[in-house]
Design a protein around this ligand. Structure first.
Ligand SMILES: Nc1ncnc2c1ncn2[C@@H]1O[C@H](COP(=O)(O)OP(=O)(O)OP(=O)(O)O)[C@@H](O)[C@H]1O
Length: 249
């Protein structure tokens, strides 16, 4: 290994001077307004902020689902700004996992097939021991042959989480992952995501409106009008609620 590789501890994802404008002229909206952020490996970051502050836009541009108007972003030390769509798709397949509120499970595939689908598409071999560990921790062992329609909401969400984790992506982006779940399933899911960060050194970036969900993270970034206006380390639900009250939302 060369000394340069030893000397740098690359971030899972970064954005430098990120701007995103939607629309033109009078209709133009600046959704991101000069974002500088580093998502460190093995860290769980939550993104909070009022409706329209740019949370989803930040998640989508970091994940290469949408392009910045100006600025730069990296995944796994690769600058994705300026790559072709095909190259970005390749980076997404190989380095990124997604957990969205709509689970996006394929109705005709059973749980196991849904979980391994991204790896099958990428032509990657599934690590059997790791697969078994994820399934066991998520309690999905006896549900693997079920179709999504035969699973509860919480089980479907756990399948979506397993799908994101099994490939061991560099980084997982989650948009309100516990949004549709009852509070017990939601806290189980968030507890598991936290465990994936602490025990398996997974990197997770999650958008949420929920102070309790955000309290599972290591760090919260607060967005307002497309800018990061504050950061909270080691958050608790009380601290987050208190901050939201002080800021008037
Ligand atoms: N495709 C689009 N075309 C035009 N404007 C958009 C588009 N997507 C987002 N915007 C605008 O950009 C701004 C930021 O939107 P974004 O969805 O990132 O906010 P958010 O913080 O995720 O909001 P919410 O909490 O309501 O989901 C908003 O003013 C929104 O109306």
């Amino acid at each position: 290994m060369s000394t340069t590789q030893v000397a740098t501890a690359p971030a899972a994802a970064t954005m430098t001077n990120g701007y995103k404008d939607y629309g033109q002229g009078d209709m133009a909206v600046r959704a991101l307004d000069g974002i500088n952020v580093t998502m460190n490996r093995a860290e769980f970051t939550a993104i909070m902020g009022p409706s329209g502050s740019g949370k989803s836009t930040l998640l989508h541009t970091l994940a290469g689902l949408d392009r910045l108007t100006a600025g730069e972003s990296t995944i796994s030390n690769v600058t994705i700004t300026g790559l072709t769509e095909a190259q970005i798709t390749d980076i997404r397949r190989n380095h990124i996992g997604f957990i969205f509120q709509a689970f996006n499970l394929i109705p005709s595939l059973n749980a196991k097939e849904n979980i391994t689908l991204p790896m099958d598409i990428a032509g990657k071999k599934v690590d059997k021991a790791w697969f078994d560990e994820v399934i066991s921790i998520l309690g999905l062992g006896d549900r693997l042959t079920h179709l999504p329609a035969e699973l509860s909401g919480g089980q479907q969400q756990r399948v979506a989480v397993a799908r994101a984790l099994v490939a061991r992506p560099e980084i997982i982006f989650a948009d309100e992952p516990s949004g549709n779940l009852d509070s017990k399933s939601g806290s189980e899911l968030l507890g598991f995501m936290r465990r994936a960060v602490k025990e398996f050194h997974q990197t997770i970036v999650m958008v949420t409106h929920d102070p309790t969900a955000a309290s599972y993270s290591d760090r919260i970034l607060f967005l307002e009008d497309g800018k990061i206006v504050d950061e909270m380390l080691e958050p608790t639900a009380e601290k987050v609620l208190d901050r939201m009250k002080r800021m008037g939302h």
